[in-house]
Structures are given as C-alpha cells and as structure tokens.
Design a protein. Structure first.
Length: 204
C-alpha cells in the first residue's frame, strides 16, 4: 500500500520520526519534542496511539470525575511547525467542525466522513488554525490529497506544541464537530474498537 498524503511534508522513513511520550508531564513533553528540532526542518515527529500520557494531568478538561482522569491517547499525533499544511488522506465528505479553544482541547477541529471499499468511517483533524474553518461547507466532497487546513500555533490549538491530532472513528455516536481524543482506562475496551490505530489506514 502506498503511503497516503496527510501533511504538506510528504511521508518518508527518513523525515518522519517516531516519538514516545508515555508518562511525560508538560515540561518533559515539551523538552522531548524540542529535541527533534522540528521548527527549522522539513521533518515530522509522530506517535501516540494508546499512549498513557502524564501530560493531560495538568488540564482540568481531562478530569471527568474524582479518580477518573482521561489519559489514554486515541489517535496519532504528527508534530510539525505551525502553518504546515494538512491534507485529506482519503476521498470523503466534510462532516462537521468546531472551535474548542479551552486549554487542553482541540482548538479548531474538523471531521470528515468516508465511504470506501472496506466500509464507512470518519477521520478527525484536531489542533488546526482558526482560519482552517473558514468557508467550510457540510457535505462537500473532497478528493484525497486536497488541503484541509493548516496546523495552528499554541495560542489557538489548545496550548500545545504545534501538531495534528489524527484519529480514525468507526461510529461517531451522534457527535458533531467533536469526538473524544483521550479516554480513561475504564473505557479503553470500547474506544480501542471504535478508534483503531490510524497508521495502517495511512500505510505508514
């Protein structure tokens, strides 16, 4: 399977660097990504599917109830400089979008709907720039490789180092413009099935 387009920086083994943030808090997370020197190069760091991340402990957004913190990451993150172009890896339809500016949330987020030979599913693109939501039309069909938007900076992406949160979702469960990107341990059985590893879908 040929790698599918997702970023303005084309995929290659040399330029896409796997990174593991398991257990890292906010300061350690930033230091780890800074080590990769992504801001001045045409490289992308990626990883994170089902990682248990200490990073989320610093955001009230992820505390659903006393003793129940969501800290298991359900998508794959792709770190690159802000303004990096994000592309549609599959042909599909614009489903919904929203702006979620609270610290730790998605910032600008877009959901696409796809109907391919292996079935129907959705893809979610989080931490985009606000301008990426301008002019969107629900139901508009887009071919694979068409630009969806740009990565947002920290002031607009929920307070994170610039990156794309990419997630595959089988059943959107009546959500619109949003879907959980992180779950608690108690809910992992469901989300592992409903949000499979995105990397095989991309061919990476």
């Amino acid at each position: 399977m040929q790698p599918r387009p997702l970023m303005g920086i084309p995929y290659s083994h040399e330029d896409y660097l796997p990174v593991d943030l398991t257990g890292l808090g906010p300061a350690e997370y930033r230091a780890r990504v800074d080590e990769l020197q992504l801001t001045t190069s045409d490289r992308v760091a990626f990883g994170g599917y089902l990682e248990r991340r200490g990073l989320y402990d610093s955001f009230h957004h992820f505390r659903d109830a006393p003793g129940k913190t969501r800290n298991i990451h359900l998508g794959v993150d792709f770190w690159a400089p802000d303004g990096t172009q994000v592309l549609s890896p599959f042909p599909g339809y614009i489903h919904s979008w929203s702006s979620r500016p609270d610290p730790g949330d998605y910032g600008a987020v877009l959901i696409m709907e796809h109907h391919l030979q292996w079935g129907a599913f959705y893809t979610l693109y989080g931490h985009l720039s606000h301008q990426s939501l301008n002019g969107l039309v629900a139901g508009r069909f887009l071919q694979a490789g068409v630009p969806l938007g740009l990565l947002g900076g920290e002031r607009e992406n929920g307070g994170y180092y610039p990156h794309l949160h990419f997630q595959v979702i089988r059943d959107l469960q009546d959500h619109s413009g949003d879907y959980p990107g992180v779950c608690a341990e108690a809910d992992l059985g469901f989300y592992r099935q409903n949000c499979p590893d995105p990397l095989p879908f991309l061919g990476y």
